[in-house]
Write a protein that binds this ligand. Structure first.
Ligand code: 3PG
Ligand code: MG
Length: 397
């Protein structure tokens, strides 16, 4: 898949001003980065360009500011990045204009400079050609290493690709490679596990997946909507009753496409939404009226693990239970450990991503054992929906 993109193998960066779009949208608390995974991922690209004598000019957004505001400054993130890559990272208080031009002008080959939050200018999100031209003045080439922002057609994520020679960074390359192996040209059979609270946020994703995978495990709160649609009484469980027809349509589509839908066959039910509240496994014909389904039951876990055993490729998005509260993390942890073991045994290619998924796999202690874990949220979902991502499309030769 990456053959269709220009990469850092196709350019001599020495002496060039390289505008590198990265994702610095990392979780922060009290001015400190609480999860540096995204910074660790982009280190490869930055270090490579710097070591080859390119001038690395980092472009990124942080948060969703409406205009300039200090709490969305990239300054503390640039400092954290310097710690991760163990090289100095200079900072400029603006992404365009004199401030940026001066900072870039002062760079020597191999230097690294981070420009302030591109979203401080509303023109960034509008992909305004004048703003794109302002950014383009600062560089000779553009490298996109931000898959997780590639679903945005913004000036720094897409517009620049039309204005400057465009290349995929190493993280983008790895991501496209891993994702290509998971859905575009996978080793079959392919299984998808999709969990999370709501069907409503994942209708497009489910509709696309059933045409591509051989088996689809549905877990989490969204499984309740499917069970309800099939006549199961789900008590006080989270359930989007108005989406019953949608759920049935997805089941029909799956059947027509030869995709097996694997729903829970039993459930862990509690009477309060709280960690360690008393809970029991119930058959689907016996969910109490006052009960809440908070995880898949033991028989469902066996079924999911057996389905993983039958697969050569796994794509996972979303936890299958309320994993942030013990003991309702059991189903997610069991499935994750099983997938990790199969991957380690070289029986499975496992790819996971999107929102809570990384947190769930970290919680299960298996994040390092999956074949690939994407740090993308929305972009991963749009990719699973089969939608073209503007920041990826623009890199195509
Ligand atoms: C993310 O954190 O998911 C990306 O950086 C995109 O951020 P956005 O959803 O604010 O565009
Ligand atoms: Mg997002």
């Amino acid at each position: 898949m990456t053959n269709s993109f220009r990469t850092l193998d196709d350019v001599d960066v020495k002496g060039k001003r390289v505008l590198v779009r990265v994702d610095l949208n990392v979780p922060m608390d009290g001015g400190k980065v609480t999860d540096a995974t995204r910074l660790e991922r982009i280190a490869t690209t930055i270090t490579e360009i710097s070591n080859k004598g390119g001038k690395v000019i980092l472009l990124a957004h942080f948060g969703r500011p409406k205009g300039r505001d200090d709490k969305n400054s990239l300054k503390p993130v640039a400092a954290a990045l310097a710690d991760v890559i163990k090289k100095p990272v200079a900072f400029a208080d603006d992404s365009v204009g004199d401030v940026a031009a001066k900072a870039v002008g002062a760079m020597k080959d191999g230097d690294i400079l981070c420009l302030e939050n591109t979203r401080f200018h509303s023109a960034e999100e509008k992909n305004d050609p004048a703003f794109v031209a302002e950014l383009a003045k600062l560089g000779d080439i553009w490298v996109n290493d931000a898959f997780s922002a590639a679903h945005r057609a913004h000036a720094s994520t897409e517009g620049l690709g039309h204005k400057l020679p465009a290349y995929a960074g190493r993280t983008m390359q790895a991501e496209l490679d891993a994702l290509g192996k998971a859905l575009d040209a996978p080793t079959k059979p392919v299984i998808a596990i999709v969990g999370g609270a709501k069907v409503s946020s994942k209708i497009d994703l489910l509709e696309n997946l059933v045409t591509k995978v051989d088996a689809l495990v549905i877990g989490g709160g969204m499984a309740n909507t499917f069970l309800h649609a099939q006549g199961v009484k789900v008590g006080k469980s989270l359930c989007e009753k108005d989406l019953a027809a949608t759920a049935l349509r997805i089941i029909d589509k799956a059947e027509a496409s030869g995709c097996a839908i694997i729903l829970p066959v039993d459930a862990i039910v509690a009477f309060h939404f709280a960690a360690n509240t008393p809970s029991h496994a119930y058959g689907l014909d016996a969910i109490p009226d006052e009960g809440m389904i908070l995880d898949v039951g033991p028989q469902s876990i066996e079924r999911i693990n057996a389905a993983i055993d039958d697969a050569a490729t796994l794509v996972w998005n979303g936890p299958v239970g309320a994993f942030e509260m013990t003991p309702f993390d059991r189903g997610t942890v069991a499935g994750a450990k099983h997938a990790a073991a199969r991957t380690k045994a070289k029986k499975l290619i496992s790819v996971a991503g999107g929102g809570d998924t990384v947190a769930a796999l970290n919680h299960a202690g298996v994040a390092d054992d999956f074949s690939y874990i994407s740090t993308a949220g929305g972009a991963f979902l749009e990719w699973m929906e089969g939608k073209p991502l503007p920041g990826v499309e623009v890199l195509k030769k």
